[in-house]
Design a protein around this ligand. Structure first.
Ligand SMILES: Nc1ncnc2c1ncn2[C@@H]1O[C@H](COP(=O)(O)OP(=O)(O)OP(=O)(O)O)[C@@H](O)[C@H]1O
Length: 462
């Protein structure tokens, strides 16, 4: 029976999740603060951690970091509000398995939990699993038809058959790992292992032994021999995601291993000869990391035999529909549903929204919308408020900025009614944002009843 720890400062959510997950066959523990939660990570040793981001004491990123220090392979799902999508992107960079947005839908959480528990982490015997997963993904890989996508395909096809190291740049969630897998699958090494390591998620102390392995007893805590990722990837490809996060000392050892194509486990004497192709990814330019003193220039030159830019989803134009159809098909299969497509209004939002979290965000939005859809088409009502209203919210943010620099004297004249509506619009939007778009809470904050709030939102087209 898998063990799940739920951390949420809302007692009711803890209670509900406990009941729901227990009913679904999990052993559950809950904690109502970050610090209590961390104590339970140590004692309960969960197989999965589900944590809210906004906790009473420390925040979700702190919980994630500390929990990963204690249990590096623990999958962590973080709960955020949709208005905090940038928070979600950051926790993903820090090694969260996934994020879910509020309001919570138990079925969606269950789906994520099952996926997280099924995904095997790279360890001594998992290189085969990684191999077969890469095969599946390649069959379903969507390239898109936009000019920018065609250019990406050209670059991938060009570099894949060579033995070049490649730096893959791209925003979070844009598909860097998917590109790395594709390069591997199109290379002569395709029958060898593809091993991925997320350098953003791992502490400095552990990064060395994850990469190079260690012998039993080589340091306190090394209770067993560990085979490093280089050895696991021998004969295949090693993908180092967020490579600029490795400490300077680890970078020194990494350079030596890459240059000599030989590795010694920490505390060991035997040299193991390697044949490993290295692909790395970063969402900041490594040249910038060099100028900040975060990344070694010699290592950069080793890796920079070729580089590939994965475009942001917002730059791919109509490709968004191809991805959306693909994610819908996948979700239909997963949920045994038969949602046929998207309404015209939804298609418009898919195209207009800036997708800060790229393909990962699109995938999550489509999953939830599919779950909520009972008819044949996904309608705008199943999309998050922030996506449907993003233009208004952008406008309100811009307006806030201009308002800060304006004085009553220079704001010009206007109609009194318009000014009153505008003020009302701003106050309602602010209140909604403050309470994560919970309408009951927003009504309480504004000291009006829910019905009045609904009417005003309708009139003001919020
Ligand atoms: N071309 C593609 N076709 C279908 N799905 C894709 C494609 N590229 C990426 N995905 C999906 O989008 C999600 C994000 O992709 P991926 O993990 O490769 O992004 P990333 O840039 O490596 O993210 P991060 O910056 O967080 O490491 C994954 O669920 C992946 O399966």
């Amino acid at each position: 029976m898998s063990k799940i720890l739920v951390i949420d400062d809302d007692q009711d959510i803890c209670l509900l999740m406990n009941r729901f997950l227990t009913k679904n066959g999990y052993e559950v523990e809950t904690a109502i603060s970050g610090l209590l939660g961390l104590k339970k990570v140590k004692e309960f040793k969960p197989d999965l951690l589900l944590t809210d981001f906004k906790l009473g004491d420390i925040d979700g990123s702190e919980v994630l970091k500390k929990a990963k220090e204690m249990m590096p392979n623990l999958p962590v799902i973080v709960i955020t509000g949709y208005s905090d999508i940038k928070v979600a992107i950051n926790v993903m960079k820090m090694g969260a398995f996934d994020y879910v947005t509020k309001p919570l839908f138990p079925d969606e959480i269950l789906l994520n939990i099952k996926k997280a528990l099924k995904t095997e982490t790279v360890n001594e015997d998992s290189s085969k699993v990684t191999k077969s997963k890469a095969k599946n993904k390649e069959a379903n890989y969507i390239f898109g038809k936009s000019a920018i996508a065609k250019n990406l395909v050209k670059q991938v096809n060009l570099v894949a058959p060579t033995n070049f190291s490649v730096i893959i740049y791209g925003e979070s969630g844009s598909g860097k790992e998917a590109i790395a897998k594709t390069i591997h699958k199109k290379s002569k090494r395709k029958d060898g292992p593809f091993v991925a390591m997320d350098c953003g998620a791992i502490s400095n102390e552990l990064a060395g032994s994850e990469l190079f392995g260690h012998e039993k007893g080589s340091f306190t805590g090394a209770i067993q021999q560990k085979i490093g990722h280089f050895e696991l990837a021998n004969g295949g490809t090693l993908f180092l995601d967020e490579v600029a996060n490795l400490s300077y000392e680890v970078q020194v050892s990494l350079l030596r291993v890459v240059q000599e194509q030989k590795v010694k486990r920490i505390g060991g004497n035997k040299e193991i000869t390697l044949d490993v192709r290295i692909l790395v990814a970063s969402n900041e330019k490594l040249t910038e990391a060099i100028s900040k003193g975060k990344f070694r220039e010699d290592l950069y030159h080793r890796f920079n035999e070729f580089n590939v830019e994965v475009p942001a989803l917002r730059e791919r134009g109509n490709d968004v529909f191809e991805f959306a159809d693909y994610f819908l098909k996948e979700t239909n299969a997963e949920l045994e549903k038969n949602v046929k497509g998207f309404s015209e209004e939804v298609r418009k939002h898919l195209l207009d929204y800036p997708w800060y979290g790229n393909l990962r965000e699109l995938n999550n939005v489509i999953k939830r919308a599919t779950l909520l859809t009972e008819g044949e088409l996904i309608e705008a009502a199943s999309l998050p408020f922030e996506i449907v209203n993003h233009e208004k919210m952008l406008f309100s943010e811009k307006k806030e900025e201009t308002d800060k620099s304006s004085t009553p004297a220079n704001t010009g004249s206007g109609h009194l009614k318009m000014a009153a509506s505008e003020a009302e619009y701003q106050m309602i939007l602010e209140a909604l944002k403050k309470v994560n778009f919970n309408k009951s809470k927003a009504a309480a904050l504004l000291d009006i009843d829910r019905k009045t709030l609904y009417n005003k939102m309708k009139r003001l087209k919020i």
